[in-house]
Design a protein around this ligand. Structure first.
Ligand code: ATP
Length: 510
């Protein structure tokens, strides 16, 4: 991973608007309820988006559950999966600290009626009497535009940038909120619950209130005892889960980066308290390897240690949290969190033991039957945010090709591994193409695209990131060979039709 300063990459020049447009045009991501004008903070995944999401989910699941990593002692780790309910007994969220604790301080603007998360506002202060509060997920150009609009200098080096929650209340009168022109309209930060609630059953009162889970992790803690009692796992071991989570984000923004409904991939790794450090270091390494395998480049990722004042309630006592951050176009030159690797100590199990009255201690036969509540190392990644990172990484403008852009997904992640294209929709080409398609589709996600001129079909495959196109032409009918076109180089070569399957298998290892 690179230090934050050393960045040079075209990603900053890429406009997010172009990425969002391609995602809609080609069927990766659509606004939810599009025909009704959408609904803020919700997104639907189209025919290609779901393939990409499944590919990332499957890679994670394989990496964790099917072929878990080899541990520091040279033996494979033990990790099992679960799929817990989205709605759990509401006591869960009291014990976990989410009811009462999962409250982000919010700042209201009395004039614009907008509401902001206090930890997301940065105040640009200079010698002047007018200070600007700006959302920390804005890029440099947007910040400069905003400052100019307020009649302030757009030379960012001339400002001290202070998080809103560190500003002295006596200075609030100087601050202009992100959506107004006049200073002094922002309130002091107040608590706001981010959990979405619902009322299962017929009665709709406080006692029947339940919550959509704001993280998948708690479903794992609730099943810790069930898993121990029903399977053969022994300390140290992990439980993995992938699934939906819901947060009533105040300002959903940046496409699928921050949405109200999203998906997480979380592992809770249980170990003896004395071994927490060893395992934390182990998971740092493993998780970086994973994201590289999925196709993110080193240049666009950093590891960032949390400052002590941003640590979650559970992490205060422990070894802290390290984030894997990615340089998204809208965070450039900075980074946005992709995954957090936290030492949750014994917080969650202890809390659930206390609130449920069920014993959650582990009796360790390897340690003379020592009884303890295990510590937990938690690599918690965003699946939908991960897809956005893959999409941003893959997006490659190229004025030399008809589509003007191609998606450089690794073959492993590409939604379609290959396309089979008959040169024309007659002369026996389609039959031959269908035969090849039928040979391939058992093992690979393959597109068969018959009509339209070949240039347009290549352009479509470039935009959806298909690494290989196999074209059937008149020669194929004579000698059973096809043309392979490589997405990145656009080079074409001729191979025997009966070699196509092994050719693709070989390429998928990349
Ligand atoms: P942030 O600071 O960005 O709000 P967080 O620290 O609250 O994130 P965690 O609770 O650690 O996030 O959740 C683990 C992962 O879940 C994050 O690294 C991110 O990838 C993903 N995630 C969290 N909130 C959202 C969201 N609103 N939309 C999409 N993904 C999210």
């Amino acid at each position: 991973m690179q230090p934050a300063e050393k960045q040079e990459n075209t990603i900053s020049e890429i406009d997010m608007k172009d990425i969002v447009a391609l995602c809609k045009r080609r069927g990766f991501v659509f606004p939810a309820s599009d025909i009704y004008g959408g609904i803020n903070g919700f997104w639907d995944y189209g025919p290609l988006g779901i393939e990409l999401k499944n590919n990332l989910r499957d890679l994670w699941w394989k990496h964790m559950v099917i072929t878990p990593p080899i541990g520091p002692d040279g033996h494979p780790l033990q990790i099992v999966g679960i799929d817990s309910a989205i709605i759990q007994n509401p006591k869960t969220w009291v014990a976990s600290g989410h009811v009462g604790g999962f409250n982000d301080p919010m700042v209201d603007c009395k004039e614009s009626k907008s509401r902001y998360r206090a930890d997301h506002l940065m105040v640009y202060t200079s010698g002047q009497d007018k200070w600007a509060a700006i959302y920390n997920e804005e890029d440099a150009a947007a910040i400069q535009k905003r400052l100019k609009k307020l009649g302030l200098s757009d030379d960012l080096s001339g400002y001290d940038i202070i998080p809103f929650d560190k500003i002295d209340q006596s200075d609030y009168a100087k601050i202009v909120g992100p959506d107004t022109k006049t200073p002094g309209t922002l309130t002091e930060p107040r608590q706001f619950s981010m959990m979405l609630d619902t009322y299962p059953g017929v009665v709709r009162d406080e006692d029947s209130k339940a919550y959509l889970r704001p993280e998948t992790a708690q479903g794992i803690f609730l099943n810790y005892k069930n898993v121990l009692d029903s399977s053969r796992v022994k300390m140290p071991f992990g439980i993995a889960q992938v699934g939906k989570a819901f947060r009533n984000e105040v300002t959903p923004r940046n496409f699928i980066y921050r949405s109200r409904e999203f998906e997480q991939m979380e592992l809770e790794w249980f170990c003896h308290p004395d071994e927490a450090k060893k395992w934390r270091d182990f998971w740092f390494e493993e998780r970086q390897k994973f994201w590289k395998l999925a196709g993110l480049s080193d240049d666009n990722m950093i590891m960032r240690d949390h400052d002590s004042d941003e640590l979650s309630h559970y992490a205060k006592e422990g070894l802290g949290t390290v984030d894997i951050e990615y340089r998204f176009p809208f965070t450039t030159p900075g980074y946005g969190e992709l995954e957090g690797i936290a030492h949750r100590c014994d917080f969650d199990l202890k809390q659930h033991q206390e609130h449920s009255g069920q014993k959650l201690e582990y009796v360790d036969p390897e340690r003379g039957n020592e009884k303890y509540i295990p510590h937990v190392i938690e690599p918690a990644a965003g699946l939908t945010r991960g897809i956005l990172a893959l999409i941003c990484e893959a997006y490659t403008p190229d004025p030399d090709r008809p589509s003007g852009v191609y998606m450089n997904f690794t073959p492993r992640m590409a939604p379609k591994k290959a396309a089979v294209l008959p040169l024309t929709a007659k002369d026996g080409h389609p039959d031959k193409a269908e035969k090849l398609y039928m040979d391939l589709r058992e093992d690979f996600a393959v597109d068969l695209d018959i009509k339209q001129n070949i240039g347009k079909r290549y352009a479509r495959q470039d935009e959806i990131g298909t690494p290989f196109c196999f074209t059937i032409d008149n020669d194929t009918l004579q000698d059973d060979t096809v043309t392979v076109r490589d997405r990145n180089t656009m080079n074409q070569e001729r191979i025997a039709m009966d070699q196509v399957h092994s050719y693709l298998s070989e390429k998928m290892k990349a």
